[in-house]
Design a protein around this ligand. Structure first.
Ligand SMILES: C[S@@+](CC[C@H](N)C(=O)[O-])C[C@H]1O[C@@H](n2cnc3c(N)ncnc32)[C@H](O)[C@@H]1O
Length: 353
């Protein structure tokens, strides 16, 4: 071999080595990018995700799989069964909101929530019974109202708990000695146990549907969201009314009043599930009362009750779940109702909050 040939061969080897190193670096940075993106992207909003997905192929593919995972379970693994979102009317893949299995005071909630990552959300990372942190105590600071039953049944004292307000159904609570969720008097504390799905309707927006037949009396879900002061609820209602008048915005602020035995005062709960809520935020109104009834449930010793939905009749698979938002239509800027019932009033119930 001549000297120029030797030099050429050496250069060739050098170039091959360099290409190998470049390829390895490229693979490494791709997998690093992949790992970082899988960690960071689930924290983004749909708009942020769409923006980042157009920057390179890897981010496009990861964003796409996050969107698919988001639409496969709106409850992000916080409920016992996945609740898929199905949209056959437009391009919106899934409704975006923060998930909470139970109501809580808004100052306790983080600014962002991860949704759609490969590792499932930890259902224990958010308390299922947020409102129970506000509990009744005796003078020594001990919780009151709990039972000491080994096996709770009809004789459990929690069922006869002398509550603050009328028309509230009682269950065992955190100060009971009957163990955790296996107790028979905690019907509404185990989360959603029926198959549900969220479908999009062109006029009503997202709707909650049954994905199995459900017998009358079955617990469906709690209405969970931010617990607001009445002042804050009024401010938000004004803001939501303005946004709704522009179209394409749905609010989910619910006001529940429970009368005290004197009938002179009431306990008022303002639950806003617009930004932070659970699947109950997708239940639409029906002027005929729909197929759900609401019941206020109080766990023994808890100050605040929880608003729970039960099937008010036998429900078939693929039926929309609805209830009546109320009978009052006071606000002049009410929205049109598309419940489709024969007694439809034409406008959604609304009152001054
Ligand atoms: C609690 S949210 C229900 C979920 C909502 N459809 C969504 O897409 O998020 C309440 C909002 O849903 C819409 N809605 C509920 N019932 C309706 C009905 N019968 N007709 C028209 N819109 C309805 C209204 O925009 C209302 O403000």
């Amino acid at each position: 071999m001549t000297i120029p040939e030797l030099i050429q061969r050496q250069r060739q080897r050098q170039r091959q080595r360099q290409r190998r190193v470049e390829q390895e670096n490229d693979n490494l940075s791709h997998s690093l990018l992949f790992q970082c993106a899988e960690l960071v992207l689930p924290w983004l909003t749909p708009t942020e995700l769409a923006t980042i997905s157009i920057t390179c192929k890897t981010l496009f593919l990861i964003s796409k799989s996050i969107s698919t995972r988001r639409s496969s379970d709106a409850s992000r693994n916080f409920e016992n069964l996945p609740i898929p979102c199905i949209n056959s009317v437009d391009d919106q893949l899934y409704p975006y909101f923060f998930y909470t299995p139970s109501s809580f005071s808004s100052s306790q909630f983080p600014q962002r929530q991860s949704w759609g990552s490969t590792s499932a959300a930890d259902p224990n990372s958010l308390s299922r019974l947020g409102v129970e942190s506000v509990s009744l105590v005796d003078e020594s600071g001990e919780g009151v109202g709990g039972c000491g039953c080994e096996r709770c049944g009809d004789g459990c004292p929690c069922l006869r708990f002398d509550g603050l307000v009328e028309d509230v159904v009682n269950e065992c609570g955190p100060s009971c000695g009957c163990g955790e969720l296996e107790c028979g008097n905690r019907l509404t504390q185990r989360g959603v146990s029926v198959r549900l799905k969220i479908l999009k309707d062109r006029r009503k927006g997202w709707c909650l549907y049954s994905a199995q037949s459900i017998p009358r009396g079955q617990f469906i879900c709690e209405y969970a969201g931010e617990l607001l002061t009445t002042n804050e609820a009024r401010k938000r209602q004004q803001k939501y009314d303005k946004l709704s008048s522009g179209g394409g915005f749905s609010s989910a602020l619910l006001v529940v009043r429970e009368h005290l035995p004197s009938r002179k005062a009431c306990l008022r709960l303002n639950i806003d599930a617009t930004k932070i809520g659970n699947i109950a935020r997708f239940i639409n109104h029906s002027c005929d009362g729909g197929n759900l009834s609401t019941v206020l449930m109080r766990s023994s010793g808890a100050l605040l009750p929880r608003l729970c939905f039960f099937a008010s009749k036998d429900i078939k698979e693929d039926e929309e779940l609805t209830f009546s938002y109320g009978g009052v239509r006071l606000r002049s800027n009410g929205s049109p109702c598309f419940c489709g019932s024969s007694c439809c009033f034409g406008w959604l119930p609304s009152e001054q909050t």
